[in-house]
Design a protein around this ligand. Structure first.
Ligand code: GLN
Length: 194
């Protein structure tokens, strides 16, 4: 299985490392041609405005959109923002594919970074230690979107819609590989594995 990690800015090295630890191939993606033979793609956390700008400069927006319409694609933090249809304004380029509304930097300045144990539906009873760094939250989901995890106060932080997965936190910054494993299983189920 060959998984691309969008490597324009942000935490792409850690995602690639986790994918390799699970025995799959990871490729850093910077050019449209590199998408051609991938089974799945991860869009990392970082700064969504910067990722959008660089993606526009490299001619990646349309190729990424075409890829993520069909193949398993996982956005974490800035990557979640990049996948969302509604980010509250239209001044920054995003792929706009997932039927969610997100609120960027939802946790304000005082607590813009924090860690918490989360229950994530497909991972069962063992909580996942989640690191939030200037994270977004999902403020609206349409009927076709499944909520996978929410904070104790009900704010939604992980969602899935068909081939798309989005998490507001940074699963690549903790040693727990279960979400990466879940994404690889999802890719395999959707016929991505060769
Ligand atoms: N605050 C960033 C943004 O709006 C996301 C932060 C992150 O990816 N850790 O894009």
């Amino acid at each position: 299985m060959k998984v691309g990690v969008l490597a324009l800015q942000g935490a792409f090295i850690e995602h690639a490392k986790n994918i390799r630890l699970l025995g799959a191939e990871a490729v850093e993606v910077r050019r449209p041609q590199q998408l051609v033979d991938l089974d799945a793609l991860i869009i990392p956390g970082g700064e969504s405005t910067t990722i959008g700008k660089i993606a526009t400069t490299y001619g990646l927006i349309e190729p990424l959109r075409a890829f993520a319409r069909e193949k398993p694609t996982w956005g974490t933090c800035a990557g979640m923002i990049f996948l969302a249809k509604d980010i509250g304004f239209d001044r920054q380029p995003v792929l706009g594919l997932m039927d969610i509304r997100v609120n960027r930097n939802a946790f304000g300045r005082q607590v813009d970074s924090f860690e918490t144990d989360l229950h994530i539906k497909p991972l069962g009873d063992v909580p996942f230690h989640a690191v939030f760094i200037r994270a977004p939250v999902v403020t609206e989901v349409h009927a076709n979107v499944e909520v996978l995890a929410a904070l104790e106060d009900g704010r939604i932080v992980a969602v899935e819609q068909d081939n798309l997965l989005a998490t507001a936190f940074h699963p690549e910054l903790t040693p727990d590989l279960r979400l990466h494993e879940y994404f690889l299983l999802k890719t395999d189920r959707r016929g991505g594995g060769r």
